[in-house]
Design a protein around this ligand. Structure first.
Ligand SMILES: *Cc1c(COP(=O)(O)O)cnc(C)c1O
Length: 396
C-alpha cells in the first residue's frame, strides 16, 4: 500500500508556512505571500494579531478545559456581547461550522415539534449551490451532489429550491416544513449574493407560515462584509437562528449558533451538548476578536478598505478581459469571476506571491484579513496585475 499517513482528502498546494504576521505568510522556503484567503475566511484579523496572541497565551497559563459540567465565565461574556450586537437572545458554543449547522437544524426541529407541538414539522427548505459542511446532515442540506457520492443513505428532510427565487421557496412549503436555511451570500457556491429583498422576503415567508428562518453566516459573519453579520445590511431580514464559525475565533477553532428566545427555549438541559465547545481557550480568543471588532470605527475601516479594494479590482477586470470578467460579493467577501480557469488564475497569483481561494462558478475568492490598509491593497493590485500578465503571455 502507498497510502500516505495523512489521509489524502485534500488536493494540497505544496507549500508549508513557518509563520504569519498580519496579512503576510512566510513559507519554509523563505518566500513571502500576501494572504488574501485567510485560510478560508478564518484568520479575520490576520496572523499573530498581538491582542489575540496575548489573550491566548494568558489563558493558556491558567486553564484550558474544565468541561461544560461547570460555569465558564468567558462563555457568559462572549454570549452577552453576541446577543447585544445581534437579533439573538441566546448562544450555544461549539467547535466547527458543520457542528453549528447541525445544532441549528436540531434546534429548529425541536422548536417546532416540542415547543409548538407540531410533530409533523421536520423538513427544511434549502438552496441550490448551498454549502453547510461535511457531516451527514449538512451534506444532505448542501447543494453538491458530488459531495454526497458514496456516503448514502443521507438523512432525510431537505427540500431544495433555486437560491434567490422567493416564489420557488413559497411553493415548496408544506405542512411538514419546519424551517428555511440559507447563506446570506453563498461562499463555496461562488460568492453568490441573492437579489435585493430576498432575505427580507424569506423573513416574511417564515412569519406567514410559522417557519424557523436559519441563516448560515459561517463565512459571511463576524465582520467579513463590513457589518458584524451580513444579513444586517438588509432591513427586516433577521433570522431566528444563525450559525457562526470561521472568523469568530480568528484562527482558533470555535463556532456557535445563536437564536431568538422563543426558539432557543427548545433546548433545555440534556437536549444538546459538546465536550470541547465553549472551552476557556476558545472563549478567551473569541472575546479578544470581539474586543477588536466592536471597537469604535472598526467596521467603518473595513467598509472603507473594501471600497478601495473593489475599485482596484474593477480596474483589473477592465484591463484584463481575457482573464477576468467581473466582481461580486460584499465588503471583503469578493468573488473575482474568471474567464481563464480559476485554478490557473490562482496558480499565477501564487507565483506572484499572493494567496486566494477557489469557489464554484469559476470564481477566485478574495477574502483578505479585515485589518488591511492601503499597503496591502497596493500589493494585491500589483500581484494580480502581474498574474494576469503572466496568463496573457502564456496564452500568447
Ligand atoms: C466553511 C463553511 C461551513 C463548514 O464549516 P466547517 O468548520 O468546515 O465545518 C458551513 N457553511 C459555510 C457557509 C461555510 O463557509
Amino acid at each position: 500500500m502507498t497510502i500516505p499517513a495523512v489521509m489524502p482528502t485534500y488536493a494540497r498546494v505544496n507549500i508549508s508556512f513557518e509563520r504569519g504576521e498580519g496579512a503576510w505568510l512566510l513559507a519554509n522556503d523563505g518566500r513571502r505571500y500576501l494572504d488574501f484567503g485567510c485560510g478560508i475566511a478564518v484568520t479575520a484579523l490576520g496572523h499573530a494579531h498581538p491582542h489575540l496572541v496575548e489573550a491566548l497565551q494568558d489563558q493558556a497559563g491558567k486553564l484550558w478545559h474544565c468541561s461544560n459540567l461547570y460555569e465558564i465565565p468567558g462563555q457568559h461574556k462572549l454570549a452577552q456581547r453576541l446577543v447585544d450586537n445581534s437579533f439573538a437572545d441566546s448562544v450555544f458554543f461549539c467547535n466547527s461550522g458543520a457542528e453549528a449547522m447541525e445544532g441549528s437544524l436540531k434546534l429548529a426541529r425541536r422548536y417546532q415539534q416540542v415547543v409548538k407541538g407540531q410533530p409533523q414539522k421536520n423538513r427544511v427548505i434549502v438552496a441550490t449551490e448551498a454549502f453547510h459542511g461535511r457531516t451527514l446532515a449538512t451534506l444532505a442540506a448542501g447543494g453538491s451532489e458530488k459531495y454526497r457520492q458514496g456516503f448514502g443513505p443521507m438523512p432525510e428532510g431537505f427540500d431544495r429550491v433555486a437560491f434567490g427565487n422567493l416564489n420557488e421557496a413559497r411553493v415548496a412549503v408544506t405542512e411538514e416544513t419546519a424551517a428555511i436555511l440559507v447563506e446570506p451570500i453563498q461562499g463555496e457556491g461562488g460568492i453568490n449574493p441573492p437579489p435585493e429583498g430576498y432575505l427580507r422576503g424569506l423573513r416574511q415567508m417564515a412569519d406567514e407560515f410559522g417557519l424557523v428562518l436559519i441563516m448560515d453566516e459561517i463565512q459571511t459573519g463576524v465582520g467579513r462584509t463590513g457589518k458584524l453579520f451580513a444579513h444586517q445590511w438588509e432591513e427586516g431580514a433577521e433570522p431566528d437562528v444563525m450559525a457562526v464559525a470561521k472568523g469568530i475565533g480568528g484562527g482558533f477553532p470555535m463556532a456557535a449558533f445563536l437564536a431568538r428566545e422563543e426558539v432557543a427555549q427548545a433546548l433545555t438541559p440534556g437536549t444538546h451538548g459538546t465536550t470541547f465547545g465553549g472551552n476557556p481557550l476558545a472563549m478567551a480568543v473569541g472575546n479578544a476578536v470581539l474586543d477588536v471588532m466592536l471597537a469604535d470605527g472598526f467596521m467603518e475601516g473595513v467598509q472603507s478598505a473594501a471600497q478601495d479594494l473593489w475599485a482596484r479590482l474593477e480596474g483589473l477586470v477592465a484591463r484584463h478581459p481575457r482573464v477576468l470578467k467581473g466582481l461580486r460579493g460584499k465588503g471583503l467577501m469578493i468573488g473575482l469571476v474568471c474567464v481563464a480557469p480559476n485554478t490557473q488564475v490562482l496558480d499565477a497569483m501564487r507565483a506572484e506571491g499572493m494567496l486566494a481561494v477557489p469557489a464554484g462558478g469559476n470564481v477566485v475568492r478574495v477574502l483578505p484579513p479585515l485589518i488591511i490598509g492601503k499597503a496591502e491593497i497596493d500589493a494585491a493590485e500589483v500581484a494580480i496585475e502581474a498574474a494576469c500578465a503572466r496568463i496573457e503571455k502564456e496564452e500568447g
